[in-house]
Design a binder for this molecule. Sequence first.
Ligand SMILES: Cc1cc2nc3c(=O)[nH]c(=O)nc-3n(C[C@H](O)[C@H](O)[C@H](O)COP(=O)(O)OP(=O)(O)OC[C@H]3O[C@@H](n4cnc5c(N)ncnc54)[C@H](O)[C@@H]3O)c2cc1C
Length: 289
Amino acid sequence: MISFTYLEPASLDEALALLAQHGDQSKLIAGGTGLINLMKQRLVRPSIVIGLRALEGLAGIEEKGELRIGALATLQSLAMAEPIRCSAPLLAEACGHVATVRIRSMATLGGAMAQADPNLDTPPVLIALDAQIVARSQRGERIIPVDRFFTGYYETLLEPDEIVTEIPIPVQPAGSGTAFLKFLPATQDDYATVSVAARVALDGNGGIADARVALGAAAMVPVRATAVETALAGQKADEKIFRDAAALVADAIDPIADFRGSADYKRKMAVVHVRRALAEAATKAKPPA
Ligand SMILES: Cc1cc2nc3c(=O)[nH]c(=O)nc-3n(C[C@H](O)[C@H](O)[C@H](O)COP(=O)(O)OP(=O)(O)OC[C@H]3O[C@@H](n4cnc5c(N)ncnc54)[C@H](O)[C@@H]3O)c2cc1C
């Protein structure tokens, strides 16, 4: 392990000041489940590590119309929290599928977003739920839609002096149904070979009023499948439209071949799982009477 200085600010202001002072030389640490692995592999070598765990008020989960999730909320707390299970069951379900309870109890949602590993489960879920990232620095605050946050492999729009403080999720379209499918042919605690998050809202005539589809482990970044969404808009929700729209995802992704499968295999699995996720989300949707 490389040597580094560990600093633990007691307030957000103090953390922002440390980041402004040390910038590129420093790295934040929340749950540590991602950063420590990167440091062990010497892929990142911060001389200063800034611990966020002492910051109070950044782990909350509140529902005031929209859901407001503090960046330090753990994936385990999100899997269990009543407001998340009621108003964003897609997120609760996906968090419940991450690794093991020991990892989920350390890993934070803010850490997962900042890590920007395209294989993670939560980024496609937050894209499907139309969530945002609130980033703070001494220069101020900015709000970034999650579907524009990821810029490359382990890369985001975050500047070195910014901290993710909150992840707001808007009220979802009335009666919409959601589905999260994580294709895991190896072991239950593995990363996905491909994952799909889908949200479908129906109108009173069985037509598709709104659809959002996003994938993990399907490219260098989490992918929002806008071609699939466009093909679904206004169409009758049936097997054929789900099959035809899902086929379009093959050209929207660029999977990385690895020990979980070739790029071609992952592309085929993505098509299958998008179709299944759309069908499941539509089944759960409650159209207006
Ligand atoms: C064995 C194992 C199995 C796993 N399996 C899965 C899985 O099946 N599915 C899945 O989705 N994930 C999985 N993960 C990954 C896990 O979800 C992420 O590592 C975790 O969410 C990252 O959160 P963290 O709080 O631990 O981040 P950290 O490791 O503390 O930080 C990760 C990165 O984010 C930065 N950072 C952290 N917090 C902030 C913040 N508030 N603002 C700005 N930057 C920040 C850090 O500087 C660092 O670059 C697994 C991890 C392990 C170790």
